[in-house]
Ligand binder design. Structure first.
Ligand code: PEP
Length: 268
């Protein structure tokens, strides 16, 4: 009998698990740029990203840019995401854009549950679940955002908050759809503030999120990409991305500059 395998150290095993996951850097442009500026930005990203093969690049421009941007990224490895989608499939919902319409425009990902949507547009877990289900039904992978605010962090409630956000939405999707979901952990106190979670804080909560997911979905949680978001920039990306449960970043401000966005992507 050979017991050698039981004495193998942990790091090689972690490395193998890590390789199973896709590293992703996604740029959330929010309500910035005109179409012309957006096309210029994505053209620069296309040009500068040619040698990047270790990370999946995603851009999430405003709805109005989607057609023009999709033309620019055709034939490249860059994928298109929306920043939102409607919670209803179709019909009399003035001003909304459905998941079906987005899929029709080659949109492969949708940011759902961003803290700005939760806070300013009062999007509840009930609404977010409808959006996630509609995205999945139309072949779009949700980039589902979770994260605590400053009070919740200071009161040490961040674990409970993200667990609840995940339970209320992700636990309610079909088990076969779960593997299409990407999680973005974005502490609200770090978004657009210049404050970043430390790499240790990110790792701690990413590992916890994976543990919560594996409680419901078992081994499938090992292949879920969990992105960090919150004032991620070229100067801090390398350290944050070096952590075993951080599989990339959702980038706001720094994604509006092609050099910064590419430098972050090269941090892997
Ligand atoms: C975001 O809004 O998703 C985000 C991470 O923003 P920033 O990088 O600007 O903090």
């Amino acid at each position: 009998m050979n017991f050698i395998t039981f004495s193998l150290p942990l790091p090689p095993k972690l490395k193998i698990i890590n390789k199973m996951r896709t590293n992703i850097v996604a740029g959330n442009w929010k309500m910035n740029t005109t179409v012309k500026e957006g096309v210029k930005l994505v053209s620069e990203i296309v040009e500068k990203s040619k040698k990047i093969s270790t990370v999946k690049l995603i851009v999430a421009p405003p709805f109005t840019h989607i057609f023009s941007i999709s033309e620019k990224i055709k034939g490249t490895e860059i994928a298109l995401s929306s920043q939102n989608c409607a919670s209803e499939a179709k019909g009399a919902y003035t001003g909304e854009v459905s998941a079906e319409m987005l899929a029709d425009m080659d949109v492969k990902y949708a940011i759902i549950g961003h803290s700005e949507r939760r806070e300013y547009y009062k999007e509840s877990s009930e609404i977010l679940l409808k959006k996630v289900k509609l995205a999945l039904a139309n072949g779009i992978s949700p980039i589902f955002c979770v994260g605590e605010n400053l009070n919740e962090r200071e009161e040490n409630r961040h674990f409970d908050i993200v667990k609840k956000q995940i339970e209320e939405v992700v636990f309610n999707v079909d088990e076969n759809d779960f593997e299409k979901i990407i999680i973005a952990y974005e502490p609200v106190w770090a978004i657009g503030t210049g404050k970043t979670a430390t790499a240790e804080q990110a790792q701690e909560i990413h590992a916890y999120i994976r543990e919560v997911l594996s409680g419901e979905f078992g081994k499938k949680a090992e292949i879920t990409s969990i992105l960090y978001g919150g004032s991620c920039k070229p100067s801090n990306a390398k350290e944050i991305f070096s952590k075993p449960d951080v599989d990339g970043g959702l980038i706001g401000g720094a994604s509006l500059n092609a050099d910064d966005f590419i430098a972050i992507a090269k941090s892997f």
